[in-house]
Design a protein around this ligand. Sequence first.
Ligand SMILES: [Mg+2]
Length: 423
Amino acid sequence: MKIHIDIDCFFVSATRIIHPELEHKPVAIGGRSDTKIFAKEAKNQTVNLENSGSFVPTFYKAYETKDDDIAAFKDADGRIRGILTTSSYEARAYGIKTAMSIREALQLCPQLIIKTPNMSLYQKLSHELHDFLMQRIPLVEQASIDEFYGDLSGWIEDEEIPQFIDNLRHEIKKELKLPVSIGAAKTRYIAKLATTYAKPFGCKTIYDWEFDRFVNPIKVEDFAGIGRSMCAKLNAAQIQTLGALRLRRGTLESWGPYATELYKRVNGESDAPIQTQHKRKSIGISRTFDPLYDRVELRRRVHVLARHLSFAIYKLGVTPTVFHLSIAYEMHQKSHKNISLSELFTEKKFDELCISLFNEADTQRRLHVIRLSINCSSFTRDSRKELSLIGFAEDKAMHELTIKTQKLREKYGMDTLKFASEL
Ligand SMILES: [Mg+2]
């Protein structure tokens, strides 16, 4: 059987290790798009190249932590900004949810305690849990900062699994002080579904004989991989539950390969092996800010983002060949541009590329911009594409210059060296 392990309200649970007085209280972790990187004066940035995801940024600012960190979310004008990334179960009882604005959450629960994120602590705990699991289970895959899959086939007999995962859950609580929930089933997708029902701090094993009884009544939106648009499509086809979905193989197959795969996952027919090493497929940076019209300042911000991303790309030691820049405007307008380029990566070229992508993508010139994102993917080490030899000599000289820059930045910080175009 496969198992899925998920830390319960991870960021809150991590904070409670340091602040045990927050146990049994409504607590939430706030987050806000860190626009401090656009400041012209230098500041301390930390680069996080592991497990970055929707709420785990690649670049972050280390915060000081106090009893209640609400002040950290106030603007110069005293307005509370930002959204919640995690909330405790006590807070959820008030209707507080992930991605809700802090202001709205405080209206629902005025006694809510807000803490700032502590990424280094989360990374440390995530590593500790990974190490711990590797000692207990032969095959462990880290799926995100607080989620792991394990393969127990040939290691633990199926009938002994409930006891095994229950012991594991208590051991993790005792050794690492982290509450986790664990699901077990014949495939990873059903194991993950089981975890959802085990939460908080519980275990759930789904045997084949109870598969139908467990899976069928669950609403389609509760299955990982069914997003809002797929859910709407299913509902329009009179499919509300996973049981109803399982009766409609033909319908799902007629919707194409994604829906077909989804059908197989729900039906327990599709599985993926546990991958012990999580390979990064892309890296990106993105910032949301107050609506900004000034194109000169926007281009400067593109330079800043390019510099940070370039640093991360060098640190990862990869050569991306697909570059994507997207712009979000006010009034829900969006625009993006991408380009494939099989050449040696240099910061100078990347910086110029980002600016030209921005110029091309900026089609709504009368609108204010609220977000800029740059993403790089298809690393050559993976795709084995040959790098173009045109301009290789100049690229190589520039490449070496960038390596020197990189060393200086690693030593003295991200803001040590900038291109003149950014100043
Ligand atoms: Mg979790």
